[in-house]
Design a protein around this ligand. Structure first.
Ligand code: ZN
Length: 333
């Protein structure tokens, strides 16, 4: 049994309370390799932002849970080395799908876990979430639950259509489960292909596809039912067109990848939404940078020469999200 507090990590309770009060959101960036982690930590330190390091089930399978835990522990020390005396770093399990997985992460030093029972019948979701909360809270580990189903594909989580969160259920769910935050479905979606072109309209000014707006009326109704309760948005990458173009220019083939406009995320961050999950955008940044090196310097075979530029590009992206979208800069306690 390892407690996250001994590793210098923090849970989400205090940072979420401050984020709601301050009208900003904490970035939750997924990671599964060293370059991503370095980019996240550097961006968070340089902008003085709290940050959530997310590990999905797919990342655990790819990189090994033990190694990822030690990397997160290393991230705290790295942040200090970069000049941040008191970093606020959360190690969070993204989309835990069983009690056993959540328990294993709590026991391994994670400071926060998500139990995603959103695909289950309501009463089963309540029972499973409650069970995880009861275990996690013994160790002061915070728990994120989910109500409503997001469309899209992320690792092993996939659904064809989304089902908006039913605001009538949120009080009952939060009260009975005791969860610390709630992921809701208001039209965000996992992956880089969040919308089909036929769901979008063309912006006459830019000629680009604009997706349907998020269901802010659902968010408003949830906030009315649960005033001041921390809300989480998954699937909130914006799929920057410049990365899609760069990937395609250098030999890739991404067709009509469409994300969530940053204006909408900016608006959400000012509300009770205090955690915004971003994964696909860093995948795109990394891929674009690597492809550029491969295309321009085909003789290059030192991984540092393409993973280095990829890391720089991700760091730029993370800083942009913190400074220009979520507003979590200069928010360390
Ligand atoms: Zn998700």
């Amino acid at each position: 049994m390892v407690n996250y507090k001994d590793l210098g990590l923090v849970n989400t309770r205090d940072m979420f309370a401050r984020a709601i009060k301050g009208g900003y959101a904490i970035p939750a960036f997924n990671f599964n390799n060293m370059e991503q982690l370095q980019a996240i930590v550097k961006a968070a330190v340089e902008t003085k932002s709290p940050v959530i390091l997310q590990v999905s089930k797919g990342a655990r399978n790819y990189a090994n849970q033990t190694l990822l835990r030690y990397m997160a522990e290393g991230a705290v020390e790295y942040a200090k080395e970069l000049g941040c005396a008191h970093p606020e770093i959360v190690l969070h399990l993204d989309h835990g799908d069983s009690f056993e997985l959540c328990k294993s992460c709590v026991d391994m030093g994670f400071s926060s876990v998500m139990i995603d029972g959103s695909h289950l019948p309501y009463e089963e979701n309540v029972a499973l979430t409650k069970k995880v909360v009861e275990y996690a809270h013994q160790f002061d580990v915070t728990v994120e639950g989910e109500l409503g189903v997001l469309a899209g594909v992320e690792d092993e989580v996939s659904a064809e259509h989304h089902t908006y969160t039913n605001p009538e259920e949120v009080i009952d769910f939060a009260t009975r489960t005791g969860c610390d935050s709630l992921a809701i479905s208001i039209g965000t979606s996992h992956g880089a292909y969040k919308f089909k072109p036929e769901q979008c309209h063309v912006d006459p000014a830019t000629g680009r596809l604009v997706p349907p707006p998020l269901a802010f009326e659902v968010l408003d109704a949830v906030m009315e039912k649960l005033p001041g309760f921390p809300i989480v948005l998954h699937g909130s990458s914006s799929v920057p067109q410049e990365y899609v173009d760069m990937i395609n220019q250098y030999g890739g083939k991404l067709e009509a990848a469409i994300g969530i406009p940053e204006d909408e995320l900016r608006k959400a961050a000012k509300s009770a939404v205090c955690k915004i999950n971003i994964d696909s955008d860093s995948r795109l940044a990394m891929t674009a940078a690597v492809r550029k090196v491969f295309a321009e310097k085909p003789a290059e075979f030192d991984p540092r020469k393409y993973l280095g530029p990829a890391r720089d590009e991700m760091e730029k992206l993370y800083k942009h999200k913190i400074l220009n979208v979520l507003g979590s800069n200069d928010k360390l306690a």
